[in-house]
Design a protein around this ligand. Structure first.
Ligand code: PEP
Ligand code: MG
Length: 570
């Protein structure tokens, strides 16, 4: 008998096997009626109490969850608490109650519809993605108004042998289910970038999103295999398939344990050369992960997250608090703070033209910071203050001209002078991610203390392939000989100048490229902490003397196939 197979979006990898637990909440009817004049005041009070109750529920949830889940969930809980405090939801519906005598549920529904319409129309992808959050928070207030107990529809039972099938789940619902031992998740809605996906990836829970007909096709109690490596769900599989999948599941489990056991082992190649593995980070949770897997420090701390989704940029004090928290967290390991790199795919309105014709070639990275020097000075001042608490390095994004380094250094020195401080102890590094900078890197080197190669952009600009354009797919290719030539060139030049050079694009975190990058001379890798142990495993198996001898022939290869013949890439 062949199993029925449903396809969806592989949102969080892994294999989950269990019996279906179908949870479809549906949207309860929202009552709509007009109030009598004297009921308005008590309806306003009822709405306020519901918002207060929703806040208490969220605060309780924050208290209840522990461990990795707590770190991940904190971000959502904080965002949802902020929304509950914001006038748009705390006060907006009161206007409908006062001026139109709508009942609270109806008032909330109209506020929600207006907000969703406004957010959906926004250019900013990040703000558009907050639509989900609005719905989760609104649903929570509706629940409080109806005096429904939080997550009533989820039941109370343990779910150790279950695969949950749902229409959609909020982060808090998912947290609740995960605590009860769920093996895998399928939803009808959602996508790879949804909150649910982010949380499932953090939890290591296999998850397939977007199986539209899931609840129609799957009945309670059916045996399911969630193959989230391939984005398919098998319904009622035969014994042979089940055994095959159980074997694969065990193999994955063994691999996870093997990687975990590498945490405390040194990052040295098989023939004894120490390699430095750094983590990339953009929020506090990444710092925990970085420490957990033994990173030597943060090699790239993206500061954009401080600026996203808000009207006003963060001031010096807020940035200082953020950097000093991170430094305290890292307990003596260096923090490499990259100055603001917005523009192109990360739009933050800071006074630049929102209709730039070619934003990826426009006012982004260091160009934007130098055009609005107060932005850069605010970051520099926060860093100068924070460096007293621990080792900090500064990194300038998207350099293409040497005068950008001079201008930035001058601003840094000027800030230090104004503050009666000394900036000379803060290493100033540059990102090499524009081919022009790579081609004349020797001229940059005397003026920079270290380099970091940003391959995400270097590939984009070298090959003229938009990194965000999915239609171009595999054309964003780090193995293109032109890219490899530039990487090798930058590493060799930094070595000759006695300066350190790391690589912090996605390429550094792909274990199949570790041997290749070692062969090109790379000794500092910076990557998402979740993949650090895979890279450590690869380099611990690598023979550096053998690899170094292959450098020239690797650079001569015309294609990935030719590279593969010299050095296996998987
Ligand atoms: C890069 O371009 O490789 C890089 C690390 O920077 P970002 O992805 O933030 O542009
Ligand atoms: Mg970049």
């Amino acid at each position: 008998m062949t199993a029925l197979v449903l396809s969806g979006i592989a949102a969080s990898k892994g294999i989950g096997i269990g019996r279906a637990r179908v949870i479809v909440a549906g949207s309860p009817e929202v009552p709509e009626y007009l109030l009598e004049g004297e009921q308005v005041a008590s309806e306003i009070e009822r709405y306020r109490l519901a918002v207060a109750f929703a806040r208490t529920e969220l605060a309780d949830l924050a208290q209840r969850v522990r461990g990795q889940l707590a770190t991940e969930l904190r971000e959502f809980i904080d965002a949802h608490l902020l929304m509950l405090e914001d006038d748009m939801l705390a006060e907006g519906p009161l206007e409908y109650i006062r001026s139109r005598s709508c009942n609270a549920e109806w008032a909330l529904k109209q506020t929600r519809d207006a907000l969703i319409a406004a957010f959906t129309a926004m250019d900013d992808e990040y703000l558009r993605s907050r639509v989900d959050d609005i719905d989760h928070v609104v649903e929570r207030i509706h629940g409080a108004l109806a005096q429904r107990k939080d997550r009533d529809h989820l039941g109370e039972e343990r779910l150790d042998d279950a695969v949950v099938v749902a229409d959609n789940l909020s982060p808090s619902e998912l947290a609740d289910l995960a605590e009860r031992g769920v093996r895998g998740l399928i939803t009808e809605g959602g996508g790879a970038l949804s909150h649910c996906s982010i949380l499932c990836r953090a939890l290591g829970m296999p998850y397939i999103a977007g199986i539209r007909q899931a609840s129609e096709m799957i009945n309670e109690g059916m045996l399911l295999i969630v193959d989230a490596d391939r984005g398919i769900t098998l319904i009622d599989p035969d014994g042979e398939r089940l055994t095959r999948y159980r074997d694969r599941q065990q193999e994955q489990q063994r691999r996870r344990q093997r990687l975990q056991s590498l945490c405390d082992l040194p990052a040295v190649t098989a023939d004894g050369t120490a390699i430095r593995l750094w983590a990339n980070g953009e929020a506090e949770k990444d710092l925990d992960l970085a420490l957990g897997c033994g990173a030597v420090g943060i090699g790239l701390y993206r500061t954009e997250f401080l600026f996203m989704g808000r009207a006003e940029p963060p001031g010096e004090e807020e940035q200082y608090q953020c950097f000093s928290n991170a430094i305290a967290h890292l307990d003596g390991r260096p923090l490499t703070i990259r100055t603001l790199d917005v523009g192109a795919d990360k739009q933050v309105p800071l006074g630049q033209d929102p209709n730039e014709p070619n934003p990826a070639l426009g006012l982004r990275g260091i160009r934007l910071s130098l055009r609005f020097p107060e932005l850069l000075k605010t970051q520099f001042r926060a860093v100068i203050r924070a460096q007293q608490l621990g080792p900090v390095r500064l990194l300038l994004p998207m350099l293409s001209r040497l005068d950008e380094v001079h201008a930035a250094r001058e601003l840094l020195n000027q800030c230090a002078l104004d503050m009666g401080a000394d900036a000379s102890s803060i290493p100033l590094g540059g990102m090499i991610e524009v081919p022009a900078a790579a081609l004349v890197v020797e001229r940059f080197l005397p003026h920079l203390d270290f380099l970091s190669i940003g391959t995400n952009d270097l590939v984009q600009y070298t090959l003229a392939v938009d990194r965000t354009n999915q239609a171009l797919g595999s054309m964003h290719d780090p193995l293109h000989p032109a890219v490899l030539q530039l990487i090798a060139r930058v590493i060799a030049a930094a070595d000759s100048a006695g300066k350190s050079v790391s690589l912090c694009g996605e390429m550094a975190g792909e274990a199949r490229y570790t041997g290749l990058l070692l062969a090109l001379g790379l000794r500092d890798f910076s990557m998402h902490p979740r993949v650090l142990l895979e890279v450590k495993e690869a380099l611990r198996g690598a023979d550096l003397s053998n690899l170094s001898g292959m450098r020239e022939s690797l650079l001569q290869a015309d294609s990935a196939d030719q590279l593969e013949q010299l050095l296996p890439l998987s």
